[in-house]
Design a protein. Structure first.
Length: 127
């Protein structure tokens, strides 16, 4: 009997919230992925785990991409915009191609407030 991706994601989310080591959770997920031959759907499994953590446990992972390095005040502003959750984990990266603004990604949602995105939108309006 094979386990569904949803059941595996629920179990992984439970382990994470229970404080299980990241290494152990990764090993269990890797074993499932190999056994189920689900290498092509790893991203879907990760998204499912993040969604369960957000919906059932109030833990949100957000990734912020910006043109410049983020300061703590901007991270706090983004946390406030995302909303009150039990816990919020923010990771960030720099992509100078954005020119300015930010892209904020959370489970199931993406906000693109980058200058580059706005320039592309203006180009399509003008065509």
């Amino acid at each position: 009997m094979s386990l569904s991706r949803r059941k595996v994601a629920q179990y992984a989310a439970q382990l994470i919230k229970a404080g299980e080591s990241q290494e152990k959770v990764q090993h269990l997920l890797a074993a499932y992925i190999i056994d189920a031959k689900a290498q092509r759907s790893v991203h879907l499994l990760v998204v499912e785990i993040e969604k369960i953590l957000a919906d059932e446990y109030g833990h949100v992972s957000a990734h912020i991409t910006s043109a410049y390095s983020l300061g703590d005040s901007l991270k706090k502003q983004v946390a406030h915009i995302i909303g009150a959750h039990t816990s919020l984990e923010i990771t960030s990266s720099v992509n100078p191609d954005l020119l300015g603004g930010v892209i904020v990604e959370t489970p199931g949602r993406e906000f693109d407030g980058s200058v580059m995105s706005n320039i592309k939108k203006l180009k399509t309006i003008g065509s």
